[in-house]
Design a protein around this ligand. Structure first.
Ligand code: NA7
Length: 543
């Protein structure tokens, strides 16, 4: 026991003790709470936000929407829930997902075990009692046997290190920390920095309401149409009549949703046939575009054929040829950054009140008191929107002072990149579970499917520990090393290293360049997790 743990345990005698503490009340935290409660555990959820929802609580910028269809981006664990809930849109907008999660919290009476406005700053394992002491910034510590991190992959917004950014006298908003109150940008001169998924969504939404919109683009995105529309009664009825099968297919797929995967190579067909297939998927919309050919993410030439189709589409949609060329990505393969899904992004650049600044040709020099200065021009602005992304995957965990056995710090252990066994646990951190984080399929899949898989595995694991009287579970260093190597090997067979993406930590200066999610697919991954459990939790030590 370290001095810190000792001091805290002295304080704790009169404080809250439960079987499990869960950090975060988004999709993962809510389902984990519901599951553990069902097996009779006492649970406390600590949530930084003022309400449940996680990602969908914070990312309330105009245009915020999920890139997975609502029928799939929802819980499957309760047939009655999926039959009773009605989605308005094919792709749910942020307010609709937040309403859904609020409904889930109320429906299963989850709120009584959730402390809101409670940001966790530290968590430490106390070896003498095999318990965790989890310390919020502003509330008494909670002691628990199990510490479950449901902290999300995209929950630490990244503010760019641009000279002068604090000197700007106008309004500044980060997409991932958008105010709850109305933001009135009508008639104003607004700049958006960043053209990832958030930028691509906020740009068309803002263009309709501001005076002038200036988009500062460093790297262009590949954007495929969503094909969004309202859900009609016939569609809803048809989905609900076959919902179990839809869920089964999603869970048995590599992406956690049915992308209508074509097993063929893009190079096995001639150009006309390929373009017909791609045109059909483009018309239907969404991430199934990525399922058009099996080797899009594995073969440079196959990828180039698909990227070429998208580039032609951009030239077709954007009227000004110079603007179109600026919007076309050349520097990285299609799909190696998460493709953006949005119906009106490219067409927005045909509007008179929207201009594009290509920071590759005209670099950003500074933010001034009144706007943004690039090499060629001073852009006077009333408001600046930062769509500059996140310290993804590891940021939410490394900013908490997590200490395992003998006071070892997780942030130090992960100094050269995340190290886990199956993404679920870490050697030296007994009884700590991570839900849908680094080194699991998580962000490369429909997150809700991956979250359900993880929650159900952890739930069964804890039931097993309790049934057999084990006090702790912890991966062996050997199993962890082997998994880290496997995660890296599999990523090495793909083109994923060819982009400076947040998957690789490349968007955060100084962060190690390691491919963080597991690219091997959900199906094989789930099988591996189940085999591990069936083999007496092979690779873990149970005490
Ligand atoms: P992303 O995808 O990380 O996008 C961030 C964008 O911000 C990207 O275009 C960056 O350009 C740009 N950026 C970041 N810093 C700067 C500076 N200093 N100057 C100019 N431009 C900058 O984050 P999102 O929020 O859009 O999306 C994250 C995920 O959420 C998404 O993939 C979905 O899964 C949901 P860069 O590419 O680094 O040149």
């Amino acid at each position: 026991m370290t001095a810190l743990t000792h001091a805290r345990s002295e304080q704790l005698s009169a404080e809250h003790a439960v079987d499990a503490v869960i950090v975060g009340a988004g999709f993962a935290g809510l389902y984990m709470l519901h599951s553990l409660r069902r097996q009779g555990l006492t649970v406390q959820v600590l949530e930084a936000g003022a309400d449940v929802g996680g990602t969908w609580y914070w990312n309330r910028y105009p245009g915020a929407r999920c890139d997975v269809e609502s029928f799939d981006y929802s819980f499957s664990f309760d047939e009655q829930l999926e039959q009773e809930w009605s989605w308005n849109e094919r792709y749910p907008a942020q307010p609709e997902i937040l309403r859904y999660l609020q409904h889930v919290a109320d429906r299963y009476d989850l709120r009584r075990d959730i402390s809101l406005n409670t940001r966790v700053s530290a968590a430490e394992y106390d070896s003498s009692s095999d318990t965790w002491i989890v310390q919020p910034e502003n509330a008494p510590a909670v002691r628990a046997t199990y510490c479950i991190m449901a902290t999300g992959c995209l929950s630490v917004p990244k503010t760019p290190d641009i000279p002068g950014i604090d000197a700007f006298t106008g309004e500044v908003y980060h997409t991932a920390d958008w105010p709850k109150s109305d933001v009135d940008l009508a008639g104003k001169r607004v700049g958006v920095i960043g053209t990832g998924s958030s930028g691509v969504q906020v740009v068309p939404a803002l263009a309709q309401r501001v005076g002038h919109l200036t988009v500062f683009q460093r790297t262009p995105a590949y954007v495929v149409p969503a094909g969004n529309h309202l859900v009609d009664a016939d569609t809803e009825q048809a989905v609900k009549a076959n919902y179990r099968e839809r869920r089964r297919v999603a869970r048995a797929s590599d992406a956690g949703l049915d992308r209508n995967e074509n097993p063929e190579s893009a190079l096995a067909v001639d150009e006309d046939q390929r373009n017909r297939e791609l045109a059909d998927r483009w018309r239907k919309g969404g991430l199934p575009f990525l399922g058009a050919y099996a080797d899009i993410l594995a073969d440079q030439q196959a990828n180039e054929a698909v990227a070429g189709f998208v580039r032609d589409k951009i030239r077709e949609i954007v009227s000004d040829p110079d603007t179109a060329e600026k919007l076309i990505p050349h520097e990285y393969p299609f799909g190696t950054k998460r493709p953006c899904v949005e119906d009106n992004y490219y067409a927005t650049f045909n509007r008179d009140n929207v201009s594009l600044v290509d920071l590759r040709r005209d670099p950003l020099q500074a933010v001034t008191a009144t706007g943004v200065r690039t090499s060629a021009e001073n852009h006077e602005l009333d408001a600046l929107v930062l769509a500059t992304g996140f310290d993804a995957m590891t940021g939410a965990l490394t900013r908490i002072d997590v200490r395992g056995r003998d006071g070892a710090a997780l942030a130090e252990k992960w100094d050269a990149g995340p190290r886990t066994y199956l993404g679920l646990g870490c050697a030296g951190f007994p009884n700590m579970f991570v839900l849908a984080g680094p080194q699991s399929p998580s962000v490369l899949t429909n997150m809700v499917t991956s979250i359900e898989q993880h929650v159900e595995w952890v739930d069964a694991c804890i039931a097993h520990l309790r049934r057999h009287g084990y006090r702790s579970i912890e991966p062996t260093a050997e199993a962890e090393d082997a998994w880290v190597e496997h995660v890296n090997d599999v990523a090495g067979y793909t083109l994923m290293h060819h982009a400076n993406s947040w998957y690789l930590g490349a968007n955060v200066p100084g962060k190690p360049r390691i491919f963080m999610p597991y690219v091997g697919g959900l199906t094989g991954y789930e099988q591996k997790c189940n085999d591990v459990a069936d083999n007496d939790y092979e690779g873990f030590v149970l005490k």
